[in-house]
Design a protein around this ligand. Structure first.
Ligand code: FE2
Ligand code: FE2
Length: 404
């Protein structure tokens, strides 16, 4: 996404280097920290909407909007969320191409509809929502004279080879997922990760090996009237990955909302965050409808087993227990409370980025830790330098807490 802020009258700024952009943009005491922040983004200013004049015109755009200048912390949070939303949008776009309302009827869509008859509609609507989140956050940043986030240069991963899928580069790879399904048991447990609780996986085999959540070729589209267990397994993997994606957004917004200064930015985070919660709740009501099966995938050399979660299960697995179980919150001396979790420090915020051992993001905590963005782009850059994920760690990496 390129900035479309008009800078035609700012020829001097067009010649500026990244250093001078930053020097112009930020006051001296903040300069080092901001440059460090940009390095943590992986590619510095190149990741953000280009154009030195954008900074020169910041005050102009700001004045035109009539708004109030945002704090550095609020801008950083909004940019982080814009990056997260661009990644979400990339994930959902791929699901939409193969499983949305405009996708051909296939064994894959039939498998998705085992989870819910309206599943393809929900996929398309979730995709629309993520695109709107990313577009809104970037437009809001622009309206405040701040830099937008652009991840388009990282769209270089191969899509599905299914014939009707556009062969354009993607940010994420849905063909080699290791899906953490502990969110399922977390929300059915009376304990809270903010107090150190950990949770078993609902589908342990998805949390090991690699699994595709989309058909990789035409053969995996299969018969819509009689989908094979293999294609159903792909659809059910998607069903649990949907919940994984959205539980991450649910906690991310709840965590970062506590760090913003502006009431308007708080309104944005609470309102978009609420949308993420709606997504999560939808998907966690569907994944448990997976029918029991075991499938071996020769391409990824992995086996997945889905058990019947609808009957005969303990409460930590029971499919219809979709409302959040009350749990510890704030203090163990207070009554249990039904809440979004985690939302405390050290998990999805700066400290979490530092403390997590696996390239900065623990599998059960990292919002996007199981996407191929981590697996592939990270491998290219020696663990810990994943450009699209770097915003998740930007606050921690340079020791800047929001609004400090
Ligand atoms: Fe979103
Ligand atoms: Fe979302």
């Amino acid at each position: 996404m390129q900035s479309d802020i008009d800078h035609s009258d700012d020829n001097g700024a067009k010649q500026a280097t990244e250093s001078s952009q930053l020097a112009t943009a930020f006051s001296a005491p903040n300069r080092l920290a901001r440059r460090s922040f940009l390095r943590k983004l992986g590619v510095g200013a190149a990741l953000l909407a280009p154009g030195a004049a954008l900074l020169g015109n910041a005050s102009k755009a700001f004045a035109a909007n009539g708004g109030q200048k945002l704090t550095r912390g609020d801008v950083a949070i909004l940019q982080l969320l814009a990056a997260a939303e661009l990644i979400e949008a990339d994930l959902w776009q791929q699901y939409n191409e193969l499983g949305g309302v405009d996708a051909p009827t296939t064994g894959y869509t039939a498998g998705l509809q085992i989870l819910d008859g309206d599943q393809v509609q929900y996929i398309s609507d979730n995709t629309d929502d993520e695109n709107s989140h990313a577009a809104f956050l970037n437009a809001y940043l622009k309206s405040k004279g701040e830099q937008q986030v652009d991840l388009s240069r990282f769209k270089n991963l191969a899509p599905s080879q299914v014939s009707f899928v556009p062969q354009t580069g993607r940010l994420t790879n849905l063909k080699q997922l290791t899906v953490d399904t502990s969110w399922w048991t977390r929300y059915r447990s009376p304990t809270n990760p903010d107090f150190g609780a950990t949770f078993p996986n609902a589908v342990p085999s998805l949390n090991t090996g690699q699994h595709t959540a989309i058909p990789r070729n035409n053969a995996e589209l299969d018969d819509p009237n009689n989908p094979s267990d293999h294609v159903k397994a792909i659809a059910f993997t998607a069903g649990f990955h949907f919940g994984f994606i959205e539980q991450g957004g649910t906690s991310l917004y709840a965590t970062l909302a506590q760090k913003v200064t502006s009431l308007e930015v708080l309104r944005i985070l609470l309102s978009i965050g609420g949308s993420e919660i709606m997504h999560f709740q939808t998907w966690q009501d569907k994944a448990g409808n997976a029918t029991p099966l075991t499938d071996f995938d020769p391409i990824n050399n992995s086996t997945v087993t889905f058990d019947d979660l609808t009957t005969g299960q303990p409460e930590t697995l029971q499919a219809n227990l979709i409302m959040p179980e009350p749990c510890e919150f704030i203090s163990p001396n207070l009554p249990a409370c039904a809440i979004i979790r985690p939302s405390g420090p050290g998990q999805l915020d700066a400290r979490g980025g530092v403390q997590t051992p696996r390239c900065g993001l623990m599998p059960e905590r990292g919002v996007f830790a199981k996407t191929s963005v981590e697996k592939e782009q990270l491998q290219r850059r020696n663990c810990g330098k994943v450009p699209p994920l770097a915003p998740m760690r930007m606050i921690s990496g340079n020791k800047i807490a929001p609004n400090q």
